[in-house]
Design a protein around this ligand. Structure first.
Ligand code: NAD
Length: 397
């Protein structure tokens, strides 16, 4: 009965994903493009912008070129550097209050997915004042947000292009997923120079996040030939370049390829949504504090295996498009799953969270089942027992 309800709901979500009115981004790409974007700001009429970032990045000097270029081009700026990983309402509210008191006319988000998600919500909240919990769900905001510039410093979330933001209610600690076409940034710079400083563990986790977006988008029931092409291209690039970027952070060809692939995976999943790997990974983030990309890497191969034969055809298609052989369907599907495991293990990533307790599992199963059922057009609905087995397989032995 529940599966039937989810299937009907998925049709509605599919339609919404297709019809969602969204901002069109202007994208600058290539090394130095973040500075080109800063030079554009005064030509577009902006006089004072809010730079949203986190304390580590601001202190590391990564934003110095951006600040200098804004200054040289007579654009004033105020800095909000209070964003924490997995941002909370409090930080969005603080950032928006600073924006108001400083009289800024645009928002520049410079950082990883956490910073970009916070920047997106600051821009939206400014033009739609009220309780942030109101935005939970699809297309809730009435007015477009303040003009938004997004400059990613990780290659993983694709937040610089998605109509989504994930923020945590500071009081209830519940993560809310805001899906609104008005969240798509107006201007984007894909400047791989800013990702060069990522340490290995962040390169690995964010890269696996991008791969999960690509794979789950490819499998989504809402996918189209265009999104499948984009997702497969991203997966192919990530499988080839993530090990290189991880081994040598100064391999700029690999860094650039990863940033582009992460963006394309973001465009694809922004149109198709994701699947059970995300529904389960979000619970690991919430209960065990596992970083988002690491959590996705832990569960993606297991989720693909759990879907079983019903997805072998589509996985084999993806395997062939990524150059992983043209065996029979089941062998090709398995080859893809094995290559994901090899990639994860080869980068020394954990395959289980440290602190998952058996007692936590029932609540996590319920939440993952509801998340996937409510908003993800998954290729096959997993039973509660199947979801529980996935969580049980993640408990340290
Ligand atoms: P993050 O933004 O949380 O950053 C992780 C750490 O990396 C931080 O300490 C940060 O300071 C550091 N860092 C960032 N760039 C760096 C660089 N160039 N050099 C050195 N250190 C750097 O990590 P993330 O994985 O990019 O983002 C995760 C967040 O994104 C989660 O909150 C997740 O829910 C969200 N997310 C959003 C979307 C979306 O579409 N909106 C999609 C996926 C994930």
């Amino acid at each position: 009965m529940k599966t039937l309800y989810y299937k009907v709901r998925a049709q509605g979500v599919k339609l919404l994903l297709r019809l969602l009115p969204r901002n069109q981004s202007v994208v600058y790409a290539g090394r130095g493009s973040s500075l080109d974007l800063c030079r554009q700001a005064p030509l577009l009429g902006y006089k004072k912008v809010l730079l949203v970032t986190d304390r580590f990045l601001d202190g590391s000097g990564l934003l110095d070129g951006i600040k200098e270029t804004l200054h040289n081009n007579r654009v004033e700026f105020a800095v909000y550097d209070g964003v924490k990983p997995d941002p909370e309402f409090e930080q969005v509210e603080e950032g928006e209050a600073l924006l108001r008191s400083e009289g800024c006319d645009a928002v520049f988000g410079v950082g990883g997915g956490s910073v970009l998600d916070a920047a997106k919500m600051i821009a939206l909240l400014h033009r739609n004042p009220g309780d942030l919990a109101f935005f939970d769900g699809i297309q809730k905001a009435k007015h477009p947000g303040l003009p938004l510039f997004a400059i990613p410093t990780t290659a993983g979330t694709g937040s610089e292009t998605t109509p989504a933001s994930v923020i945590t209610d500071s009081k209830t600690h519940r993560k809310i997923a805001v899906a609104d076409g008005k969240l798509v940034p107006h201007y984007v710079a894909l400047d791989a120079e800013l990702t060069r400083t990522m340490p290995r563990h962040i390169t690995a986790a964010t890269g696996m996040d991008a791969l999960t977006h690509a794979v789950e988008s490819f499998l989504s029931k809402a996918s189209t030939p265009t999104t499948r092409e984009m997702a497969a291209g991203a997966a192919r690039t990530i499988l080839a370049h993530l090990p290189r970027a991880w081994r040598d952070g100064n391999d700029m060809e690999a860094r650039e390829a990863m940033l582009t692939a992460s963006f394309h995976a973001g465009v694809a999943f922004g149109r198709t949504s994701v699947g059970y790997a995300h529904a389960i990974a979000h619970q690991l983030g919430r209960v065990c504090g596992t970083p988002h990309g690491e959590a996705n890497a832990m569960v993606l191969p297991e989720v693909l295996a759990a879907y079983g034969e019903s997805v072998h055809g589509v996985l084999a298609d993806l395997a062939r498009r990524t150059g992983l052989g043209d065996d029979d369907e089941s062998s090709a599907a398995r080859a893809l799953i094995n290559s994901i495991i090899e990639l994860r293990d080869g980068m020394g990533m954990p395959s289980r969270p440290e602190s998952l307790k058996k007692n936590d599992i029932p609540g996590m199963v319920k939440a993952a089942e509801a998340e996937a059922g409510d908003i993800y057009p998954v290729p096959r609905y997993l039973s509660r027992q199947e979801i529980q087995s996935l969580f049980e397989g993640l408990v340290q032995v």
